[in-house]
Design a binder for this molecule. Structure first.
Ligand code: SAM
Length: 311
């Protein structure tokens, strides 16, 4: 069924606000007008962010990130609460606290968690001043915070035992995330995606940034409702760039990998170039079709599944 004009109008308005290049460093004012705005966001933009969370959470799981079945999880700047729902799906939670400057959004998010996970308590949390969550989730919020919001978030991070941030894969936001990472290193271990815990190598030169691409599920190409909606909105379903950071007070169990592939491979006919992050810094590695045919093919067909090319 073609998407309704109402849905398209609500999402178009939100995307124009998010992509407004004239805004500069000014923070966005509260843009949620009502529950229908949040529901429209959740159905399209939220779903895409959920796929990014799936990719980040899979990597956390593979790096030994422990479950949270008996823990309190706080979603800061929750919007429709897609981050909380993806997290509970992968790692569980005893209680989810949904915080947003918009009461409409926080109420929607808590209700959505309760509707999907009958065994998990969830409620809107208007203030975060004193809360000390076991797990703090932050999703696509950094770019919207004013100075006061940043101070509030950093205070909350300091009071959290584990922190997961998933942000857009843009150069500006990713570098902001890397800068935050380096500031927080004293008190946290980096659980993912970094190969080790020294200063972020992507910050060494101005043109690099730590980002990845998530694989959209098949339905993004086979579900006719989804295809019609994204086509009408001009959204490229193939592209899901994101950056992320998982922090933990306690070291996580799994071995730290020696490298992490960044961005998209530069695919040639016989040679593919891949940017890898290693403890010594960023390096462009080459994969030859002739000597490594399987890896070369995987980099061509499913590049987002390749986290390391050596070791
Ligand atoms: C782009 S939306 C992302 C929503 C959700 N986290 C997601 O990933 O889909 C950013 C959210 O941050 C909220 N927000 C912006 N500034 C905030 C602040 N200072 N404190 C709390 N929430 C804030 C907005 O109301 C909005 O819901």
């Amino acid at each position: 069924m073609p998407p309704s004009r109402d849905l398209l109008a609500r999402i178009t308005r939100l995307r124009e606000l998010f992509l407004d290049e004239d805004r500069g460093a000014r923070a966005l004012a509260d843009y949620w007008r009502n529950e229908a705005d949040v529901a429209a966001y959740d159905a399209v933009l939220g779903a895409r962010i959920g796929w990014k969370w799936n990719a980040a959470l899979a990597e956390c799981r593979d790096r030994g990130w422990p479950r949270a079945d008996d823990q309190v999880v706080l979603d800061f700047g929750c919007g429709s609460g897609i981050a909380a729902r993806r997290f509970v799906h992968w790692f569980g939670a005893r209680e989810v606290l949904c915080h947003d400057r918009s009461r409409v959004a926080a109420t929607f998010a808590a209700q959505a968690v309760r509707a999907q996970f009958a065994g998990t308590k969830a409620r809107a949390l208007p203030r975060v001043d004193d809360v000390r969550p076991d797990v703090l989730l932050v999703s696509h919020v950094l770019g919207e915070l004013d100075a006061a919001g940043e101070v509030e978030l950093e205070g909350l991070i300091e009071r959290s035992r584990r922190v997961l941030l998933v942000e857009p894969g843009s150069r500006t936001i990713s570098r902001r995330l890397s800068t935050l990472r380096d500031r927080l290193l004293g008190g946290f271990h980096v659980a993912a995606p970094c190969p080790d815990a020294t200063t972020c190598p992507a910050l060494a030169t101005p043109n690099d940034w730590c980002h990845f691409f998530a694989a959209p599920p098949n339905e993004a190409f086979t579900d006719s409702d989804w295809v019609l909606t994204t086509r009408a909105l001009g959204i490229d379903s193939r592209s899901l760039p994101y950056s992320f950071l998982a922090l933990s007070r306690a070291p996580v169990a799994a071995a730290v990998p020696t490298q992490r592939v960044l961005g998209r491979p530069d695919q040639g006919q016989h040679v593919t170039k891949v940017l890898v992050c290693e403890p010594a810094g960023l390096r462009t590695a080459t994969v030859h079709k002739r000597s490594h045919p399987e890896l070369w093919r995987t980099l061509k067909k499913h590049p987002e599944t390749v986290r390391a090319i050596e070791g």
